[in-house]
Write a protein of this length. Structure first.
Length: 155
């Protein structure tokens, strides 16, 4: 994941059962995976997404002195299903604590969003995308490297 000055072209990474695809842009609210790796999860039954959890363990140290970077995970869906995914409103988890100062290998941020009431239908493809944004202090270019995982509840 990277941040850039002004936050205009931040890149994100998608997570898919132990694999990832770094460098995708989710800023427009739409992701096209045509010709890229298949990282989506197919929903086996219709239901309601009620919660979303995310976890990040830093794998490369970095310096964010004077800045705060917040990592979040946003759910995207393809209801057609095809390789075009759109952001699911409200299906986001913000990880805490945010990253600031000197970040060491092994630092952990995590979070859970509960109380969701998002209908999902059988066959819909879901894609979870982790992103990093400068949320306080100096605007900077940074690469956040780590091992991410997540889960969601469908009732």
């Amino acid at each position: 994941m990277t941040t850039v000055l002004g936050g205009l072209l931040n890149t994100s990474s998608a997570v898919g059962f132990g694999s990832n695809l770094p460098g995708i842009s989710a800023a427009s609210g739409t992701i096209n995976l045509q010709g890229l790796t298949n990282l989506a999860f197919s929903v086996p039954r219709s239901g309601i997404i009620t919660s979303l959890a995310g976890y990040l363990s830093i794998s490369a140290g970095l310096s964010l002195i004077g800045s705060t970077v917040t990592v979040s995970a946003q759910l995207f869906q393809s209801t057609t299903p095809n390789n075009i995914f759109v952001e699911v409103p409200g299906a986001v988890v913000t990880l805490a604590p945010p990253l600031s100062g000197l970040i060491s290998i092994g630092n952990i941020s995590s979070g859970v969003t509960t109380g969701l009431n998002i209908p999902v239908t059988i066959g819909t493809r879901l894609l979870l995308v982790f992103s990093a944004d400068v949320t306080a202090g100096l605007d900077l270019v940074a690469t956040v490297a780590g091992y991410a995982s997540a889960g969601l509840a469908i009732s």
